[in-house]
Design a protein around this ligand. Structure first.
Ligand code: IVH
Length: 800
């Protein structure tokens, strides 16, 4: 289906020309457009980018050589042409109207009633009413004119009657077909829809703007507008605009489809992009259900929307309902609550996080946005404030989308007060503890160096430690944490476990005193103690956390719930984890270098080791510790460990070769000068390895790792036996085996702890091949996967 999308065009095109060059050009045009469509509309690329570029270049050269071969639908025009002095004006054949907006459920129920009543008033007694629902795209409305199927003109909405001619810019939008894929195109077709920018393209564009020191765009809509209104279409071509069709203007020379849905299907069949998030429903409930579902899905969409649009599906019914002033009666936009609003920055506070990160936060004049009133918004970091140039007194655009933290998007410079307020400067000292602030090279975040000394960090760390998914200390809320830290009852985390009833009561008394309150109980000459007893109980109850929660609770940078789980599952015990070298974390699955380093760094720090000891001494005992996972044995192969060390030029394949040649970590550490030749490595690799080994620390690291490896492997065999000989291995069966049926072979493999998969990939450990093995065997050979006969399999599994 995909393949012959444009084949009809190829035939007509080729038939009407004669020279071989003309034929080739026609084929190239068709091919290029087919690949473009597959890439930009179907999201299913058909050829590698390089191949596309080659074909493109070939067509460009042909057209240069034979200018007569240039056609208005040539993809070579998509790269943009000479800049314009100004945009021409275009009168819309059919005016481009706007929609009435609705925000409340009641507005939608009223809309549904109006439609029913409107149609009942006509000839029909009780008509069937279907509503077509589209998304309301947050872009710019555009009219695309196709004459005899060829794209000839694009115009913006303008005032609805006259718009700007942006033909050359629109030609650069790859998903818009330059020729409609239909054998019988209408004489004139005005397709209406929205030009927009995907969120990912927007992020990339702003990154480029940042890198070039140019101004960033506040949102994808502004970026789309700015890109479409470029006099230089070459600039537009770089911007990756997209298009979704949702309406029609003038149509001549073809029958109008019967409904909105049919119109979109027709467009789609001609290769015009139509968004696939749409529906046909009945009644107000149908409309509201779709609205709610899409509201949930909104943040996962590739583009921004600001609501949905409901249209009576049937065109005859649409016509019957007609228009009121400049908006149709048959349609309405159901908008989401605004997510952006203007407000004034009253101050810039600096907050100190658990890891000491200093986050500037804008204090705002309260403003209603995205359904709630917000009074502050994050400014992320120093660079961000500078880039956006946010100053106190500025009017800013703030955004709050879904559950995301509100942020300041941009400053409205025209509204900056006179004289201009001073530019933002990051503090040199922590606003909480006064320790000096550092910002490491390459880091965007400035940090307080106070660590546990800084009460802000202490509070945050305690909050994290006590939270539900960590130590789950019920009742240790915000206020108690504040007081415990401010009155110095908790200096180290372990102090939590030393608190007595009288400590807590005294703390409460001091807090009341400071706030000048005398609780009712005190007035009555009594002291409330229940809360303190409960809190002490809750603290005591938290002493036996599962090991993974305990790890999570420590507040190691980058270590979230799932990383903590992985580490606990693979390494098993705190004793091992707290002494493990970086390279051991590096070989664990799903743990990248930054995370591995953060874990190793945490445990290298003497004061963290001390804090751990104190916790253990205070009676905290992680539960569910176990020997290292049997799965770890594979990660402990010499080649895997070597590869984790990232020795320059020593690729994973080279590490494998070394292992195959019998090299061990210890032998490498002890290698003599004349030993290098025997490694069989190319000269440059040899040299890099030699250099690496000449650093004393690296040799020590190898020896330490070798020792650790042996120790771990010794701890493991029992677990290994339990998990089976083939644990972690994946098998693929192909062909007919001499004696075993497929089921029998699978059962044998699975009984030994292995897995049986249906297709061969790089992850396949072995392919077991019998007679008439087909493509799977070929694939295995291609990928270099080991191939076994039935006899070999039996030997491994049952020793037969
Ligand atoms: S239909 C006669 N459908 O909303 C109705 N408009 O307020 C013509 N828009 O300028 C518009 N998504 O930019 C329609 N799925 C959609 C839309 C949509 C976005 C915009 C369009 C128009 C404005 C109308």
């Amino acid at each position: 289906m995909q393949n012959d999308l444009f084949s009809e065009i190829a035939v007509t095109d080729v038939a009407s020309v004669i020279t071989p060059e003309a034929q080739r050009a026609a084929i190239l045009r068709t091919e290029l457009e087919r690949h473009s469509h597959a890439y930009y509309v179907l999201d299913a690329p058909t050829i590698p980018d390089g191949e596309y570029d080659k074909l493109f270049l070939e067509l460009q050269q042909l057209e240069e050589q034979f200018p007569a071969l240039r056609t208005p639908d040539s993809p070579t025009l998509r790269v943009g042409g000479a800049p314009l002095a100004e945009f021409g004006q275009v009168q819309h054949a059919v005016p481009m109207l706007s929609l009435n907006n609705a925000f409340e459920d009641a507005d939608i129920q009223a809309f549904d009633r109006r439609i029913s009543e409107g149609l009942e008033a006509g000839s029909h007694a009780s008509p069937q009413i279907d509503y077509a629902i589209d998304l309301k795209f947050d872009g710019l409305a555009i009219n695309l004119r196709y004459v005899n199927g060829v794209f000839t003109q694009a115009a913006t909405r303008g005032d609805g009657f006259v718009g700007e001619d942006v033909t050359e810019n629109i030609r650069t939008v790859r998903s818009i077909p330059l020729r409609l894929n239909t054998p019988k195109p209408p004489a004139i077709l005005d397709i209406r829809g929205e030009v927009l920018m995907f969120k990912s393209d927007f992020a990339r564009l702003n990154q480029r703007q940042r890198d070039a020191g140019s101004k960033e765009f506040a949102n994808p809509r502004n970026a789309a507008a700015g890109s479409l209104r470029q006099l230089d279409s070459k600039v537009t071509a770089q911007r990756h605009l997209r298009f979704f069709a949702y309406g029609i203007g003038l149509l001549e020379g073809a029958p109008l489809p019967e409904s909105h849905r049919a119109l979109l299907d027709w467009y789609q069949s001609m290769g015009v992009p139509v968004c696939d998030e749409n529906a046909v429903v009945q009644g107000a409930d149908g409309l509201l259900n779709f609205y709610r579902a899409i509201q949930v899905k909104r943040s996962t969409l590739a583009y921004e929307i600001d609501g949905v649009v409901y249209k009576v599906n049937d065109f005859a019914q649409q016509e019957e309902l007609g228009f009121v002033s400049r908006a149709p009666r048959f349609a309405i936009a159901h908008k989401f609550p605004a997510e952006e609003a203007l407000t004034i920055v009253q101050g810039i506070d600096i907050q100190v996080g658990r890891t000491g990160a200093l986050t500037p936060v804008a204090r705002l004049a309260p403003v209603f946005v995205g359904g709630v009133t917000i009074t502050n918004a994050t400014l992320h970091n120093e660079d961000e404030i500078r880039r956006k140039d946010v100053r106190i007194g500025d009017t800013v655009i703030v955004r709050r989308a879904g559950d995301v933290i509100p942020e300041v998007l941009a400053v409205v410079l025209e509204r900056r007060p006179e004289p201009a307020p001073a530019a933002f400067e990051m503090l040199k000292n922590c606003p909480v503890c006064g320790s000096h602030v550092v910002r490491e090279v390459g880091e965007a975040i400035a940090r307080c160096t106070g660590g546990w000394f800084c009460s802000a960090q202490r509070k945050e760390a305690l909050r994290h430690f006590a939270a539900r998914k960590m130590m789950d200390i019920d009742g240790l809320g915000e206020r108690y944490i504040e007081n415990l830290v401010e009155f110095d009852y908790v200096r180290g985390i372990a102090d939590l476990y030393k608190l007595t009833l009288s400590d807590l009561l005294e703390m409460k008394r001091r807090a009341d005193e400071r706030e000048g309150v005398i609780p009712e109980t005190v007035q009555q000459g009594k002291i409330a103690t229940k809360w303190a007893e409960n809190l002490i109980l809750a603290i005591d109850n938290s002493k036996r956390p599962p090991i993974e929660r305990f790890l999570f609770a420590l507040g190691i940078r980058h270590v979230g719930e799932s990383t903590a789980k992985t580490v606990a599952e693979w390494l098993g015990s705190l004793a091992l984890i707290r002494r493990a070298p970086l390279s051991l974390f590096l070989v664990l699955p799903d743990i990248g270098p930054a995370v591995a380093e953060a874990i190793a760094d945490f445990f290298i720090e003497e004061k963290n080791q001390q804090a751990l000891d104190e916790l253990l001494l205070a009676g905290v005992a992680p539960q569910g510790e176990h020997p290292p996972s049997a799965k770890l044995s594979q990660q402990l192969e010499t080649s895997v460990l070597l590869s984790a060390l990232s020795i320059p030029k020593l690729t994973a394949t080279r590490c494998k070769q070394l292992q195959e040649r019998g090299v061990t970590l210890a032998s490498l550490a002890a290698i003599a000068d004349d030993g290098f030749v025997q490694l069989g490595l190319p000269a440059d690799v040899n040299l890099a390895l030699r250099e690496w080994l000449s650093v004393a620390n690296n040799k020590a690291q190898l020896n330490q790792l070798d020792y650790l490896r042996k120790m771990l492997l010794e701890q493991m065999p029992e677990a290994l036996a339990n998990e089976g000989l083939l644990a972690g291995k994946t098998f693929v069966l192909t062909g007919t085996l001499p004696s075993l049926s497929r089921e029998q072979a699978s059962a044998l493999i699975e009984a030994a702890g292995g897995k049986v998969a249906g297709s061969v990939s790089k992850k396949t450990s072995y392919v077991v091949a019998g007679d008439e093995a087909g493509s799977k065997l070929l694939k295995a050979q291609e990928l270099g996967v080991s191939i076994l006969t039935e006899a070999e399999l039996l030997q491994i599994v049952v020793g037969a």
